[in-house]
Ligand binder design. Structure first.
Ligand code: UDX
Length: 439
């Protein structure tokens, strides 16, 4: 029996990584996008996004093994695929609710195409959608051309748990594969794609699979906001929150993961997913009491570095250096980055802000246009009255007094708890760290 052919709708962080990794497993993959430049780049083996290892992987599967191609043509994807993954954006609406327009519009267009397609296809939602979406509006949209779920096509929900920066490894070595489906044939066709994976493959309903994704991201975000609250208390109690995180993390029921205190979570997932689940809870008349707290802590946390800074200098007319701008290391992604909140507040207070990020240069110029963008740490620090470490890039871990001596001032705020505070203090710097009370 020939290998299942795979289609991927959307070539963003999830779609392109998933498509390339399936191709790496030997599947023929056809990716659909609506941006010609993206399609062109992918077909030359060039990733349109920054993701560690994706360049090499695309060169291999696109140019060498000719297993992956991108196209603007929806019909080409449908005619050349048996299992088609939806990996389209599901952004937050103004009120925090999920916006499904992109997904529903695409599914409706596919429903139209299905009128003239007779062979059985399985459509798999990989995008993060609120519980009830796959069996609800997506199914309805796919049936809009007259074909029937079960008879003419199948549907499943297979959430992704990819962290930016390590997404390829996350795909290849997942803790679990979750497959939500309401019929065996769809489940089996999706499960077969993961047959070489050794982890548990969990079969459940589409709605449960959707909820697993939201509950997973919301719980991880909760851990971050929880340790940040503990950090804020620790500072006032003369406690090192790193000790607290280590002490609770030794409990296997808690684990030491996602307990790094700092300036909070950003990215395209945690904020969006916690808001959407919170909104859904209200919609269900089961309003969450925890999720609003997770969001409120996270909204305030980036401003903690401003609070620490203002204890030592008047911000107005000062030159403040931001080290790191991306929402986290190993990505150029600026979506919901804490650096945006921090730079806006500094500018509002009359500071001249200069920022450096080793990777998120172009994306940062768009996301934080009103700061001065420079190309090195030393350029950022030169003449600055204070420095704030915003993103814990590896290269910042080895910064020392020689770097910070380039500043006019002596104040260093460590928003991600990675600097060698004692060395800087010994060399006469004033160092303030989230979750650390330094006299
Ligand atoms: C997350 C989920 O981890 C992933 O499973 C899902 O598929 C997509 O969303 P990602 O957003 O790429 O992945 O980043 P992640 O590494 O999870 O970090 C999320 C945010 O939390 C970042 O802003 C990070 O700085 C912050 N964080 C994470 C902390 O502040 N402390 C921690 O201990 C861990």
């Amino acid at each position: 029996m020939s290998k299942t052919r795979i289609g991927v709708i959307g070539t963003g962080y999830v779609g392109l990584v998933s498509g390339a990794c399936f191709a790496d497993l030997g599947y023929q993959v056809t990716c659909l996008d609506i941006v010609p430049e993206k399609v062109e780049k992918i077909n030359k083996g060039i990733p349109p996004i920054f993701e560690n290892g994706l360049g090499e992987l695309l060169l291999d599967v696109v140019l060498d093994r000719k297993l992956l191609k991108a196209t603007l043509n929806r019909r080409e994807v449908l005619d050349n695929s048996d299992v088609i993954f939806f990996a389209l954006a599901t952004p937050s609406g103004e009120d925090g609710s999920i916006n499904l327009d992109i997904m529903v519009n695409e599914a409706t267009a596919i429903g139209e195409e299905l009128r003239t397609i007779d062979d059985y296809k399985v459509f798999v939602v990989k995008s993060t959608v609120v519980p009830g979406t796959t069996s609800g509006v997506i199914t309805k949209a796919l049936e809009s051309g007259g074909k029937k779920l079960g008879k003419d096509f199948g549907i499943a929900m297979n959430p992704e748990f990819l962290m930016e920066g390590v997404a390829i490894d996350n795909f290849a070595n997942p803790d679990r594969v979750v497959i939500g489906s309401n019929d065996d044939r769809s489940y089996e066709m999706v499960e077969e794609l993961y047959s070489t994976f050794t982890c548990e493959k969990m079969k459940t309903s589409t709605s449960a699979a959707e909820m697993i994704k939201y509950a997973s991201n919301s719980f991880l975000a909760l851990k971050v906001s929880f340790i940040n609250e503990i950090a804020n208390m620790s500072e006032k109690l003369g406690i090192d929150v790193g000790d607290v995180a280590r002490g609770i993390g030794l409990d296997v029921r808690i684990s030491d993961k996602f307990l790094r205190a700092g300036i909070g979570f950003g990215g395209s997932c945690f904020p969006k997913d916690v808001k959407a689940l919170n909104y859904l809870s209200q919609d269900l008349n089961a309003a969450s009491k925890i999720l609003p707290g997770v969001l409120e802590v996270n909204k305030q946390q980036p401003l903690r570095v401003i609070e620490l800074l203002e204890k030592h200098i008047e911000i107005k007319d000062k030159r403040i250096a931001l080290l790191g701008l991306a929402f986290k290391p190993e990505t150029d992604d600026m979506r919901e980055a804490p650096s945006i909140i921090i730079s806006d507040k500094l500018i509002e207070k009359g500071a001249n802000v200069v920022g450096y990020d080793p990777i998120a240069k172009e994306s940062a110029k768009i996301a934080v246009p009103d700061i001065k963008h420079v190309n090195s740490v030393d350029e950022a620090l030169k003449g600055a009255d204070a420095a704030i470490l915003v993103t814990e890039w590896k290269e910042f871990r080895k910064l020392n007094a020689d770097n910070f001596r380039l500043m006019n001032g002596k104040i260093v705020i460590d928003g991600r708890r990675i600097l060698n505070w004692q060395e800087l203090i010994d060399k006469g710097f004033t160092v303030k760290v989230i979750g650390q009370s330094i006299p």
